[in-house]
Design a binder for this molecule. Structure first.
Ligand code: HSE
Length: 418
């Protein structure tokens, strides 16, 4: 696309993000981008824009040769995938914010971009206003990227902040997140960790060249967290956050999961409150870097869509450098993980599965332990999220199997066995 070309946009969706984009574009005439048509599902709904802008016929956008950019910000992931596929095949540049659709269709979307040569950008789909995808894509060499840990879901972070700092109950906090336009239409996607793992699937691709499906990753949301967990966290001077993590192991493979985690008060992520998101990257030589910004909401999300639209001016494409120009990394589950588990009854917790247990509190009505488990246990079994059991990952949770072997050997030596 030559510089300064007029961008004529066909927009799918006029919800929190779509309407936000419409308003932002009205305030940025210098961008030379205008919305020609907006495709919506429900024609009867009152909208804050002229009626002539709207259609319910997707082909009015997809088959209009004057429209050179399709922006897709709808809820239903299968319809979104269809729209994106047709738009790319019809020679249009595409911008999307649909994390679920993207995470569930990574191989097909990569193939479509190869076949059509058209840009498909989706910065808004992960961490909203934080430019994390372009950063991971452009800045870091994957050999130097040691780890990433991030808060990628605004609603759950908002709910945890409101519950533990403002003493709202869960339902009130969720309602507020919905009213403010942070939550998904089906809030279960936020609360039970689906939204976070979808975003993590995307970021693993741009960070490490890993093509995964959200179903392959170990994840949970905040639905099992109990008030008693917050009491323990406070005693230990921790906060509880829903954290997505990826860490390169000594084998060169990558450990990845999305789970509630105890965060130390001096950790950068402890600073991330309400609907904000935060990303801590550790890389060789640079050490730690921290990215912080609003992770949900109309204008913050639309601002990332706007930035993608603007990037189309200079024909920006994701090159998927870690996938195509490096040796892509692979996921690995041969490591151990340090966890806190609280539960109503010992019978729900298979103690024998732990490599060791460091703390053990059986006296109170709500019991808990802190111990080290093979990560594969979380992949293969479900006891840790059933029967009112709550599992929260410890700070610095990943323990490599070589370390476990060394520790075991040392304890045997100390015991005089070897
Ligand atoms: N429901 C999402 C969140 C919206 O709370 O993070 C932004 O992707």
């Amino acid at each position: 696309m030559e510089a300064h070309k007029q961008l004529t946009i066909g927009l799918f969706g006029f919800g929190v993000v779509g309407e936000g984009l419409y308003k932002i574009l009205q305030q940025t005439p210098s961008l030379k981008a205008s919305i020609k048509k907006v495709c919506i599902k429900n024609a009867a709904k009152k909208r804050n824009a002229p009626d002539t802008l709207f259609t319910t016929d997707k082909n009015e956008i997809l088959n209009d040769p004057e429209i050179n950019v399709v922006v897709e910000v709808i809820n239903e992931s299968e319809s979104a995938f269809e729209i994106v596929s047709i738009a790319l095949k019809n020679g249009k540049d595409v911008v999307s914010a649909s994390k679920k659709m993207i995470a569930e269709h990574l191989p097909q979307l990569l193939q479509l971009q190869k076949e059509t040569g058209k840009p498909f950008l989706y910065e808004a789909s992960a961490c909203a206003s934080i430019p994390v995808i372009r950063n991971l894509e452009e800045y870091y060499d994957n050999d130097l990227l040691h780890s990433i840990k991030a808060i990628v879901n605004g609603s759950t972070n908002f709910i945890l902040t409101k519950m533990f700092e403002d003493k709202l109950d869960f339902k009130e906090a969720l309602l507020l997140a919905q009213q403010l336009g942070f939550a998904e239409s089906d809030p279960k996607l936020d609360v039970e960790g689906y939204d976070a793992v979808n975003k993590w699937t995307e970021l693993l691709l741009h960070a490490y060249g890993i093509i995964s499906h959200p179903d392959e990753l170990v994840f949970n949301g905040i639905q099992n967290i109990q008030l008693s967990d917050a009491v323990v966290a406070k005693e230990k001077h921790y906060e509880i956050k829903l954290v997505a993590q990826a860490k390169k192991l000594q084998s060169g493979k990558v450990a990845a999961f999305v789970l509630p985690q105890f965060i130390k008060q001096d950790d950068h992520l402890a600073f991330v409150k309400n609907e904000y998101n935060g990303v801590v990257i550790e890389s060789g030589f640079a050490d730690k870097q921290f990215f912080y910004g609003k992770g949900a909401g109309s204008f913050p999300t639309a601002s990332a869509v706007l930035s993608d639209i603007s990037a189309l001016r200079y024909d920006y494409h994701y090159e998927y450098k870690k996938l195509y120009h490096h040796t892509p990394h692979q996921l690995d589950s041969s490591f151990h993980i340090k966890v806190y588990v609280s539960f109503d009854d010992w019978k729900y917790v298979p103690k024998e599965k732990f490599a060791w247990i460091e703390e053990w509190h059986a006296e109170a009505e709500r019991k808990y332990l802190v111990g080290v488990l093979p990560f594969s246990e979380l992949q293969q079994q479900n006891w840790w999220r059933e029967n009112n059991t709550s599992l929260i990952v410890a700070p610095e949770p990943v323990i490599e199997d070589v370390e476990i072997r060394a520790l075991k050997k040392k304890s045997l030596e100390l015991a005089g066995v070897v």
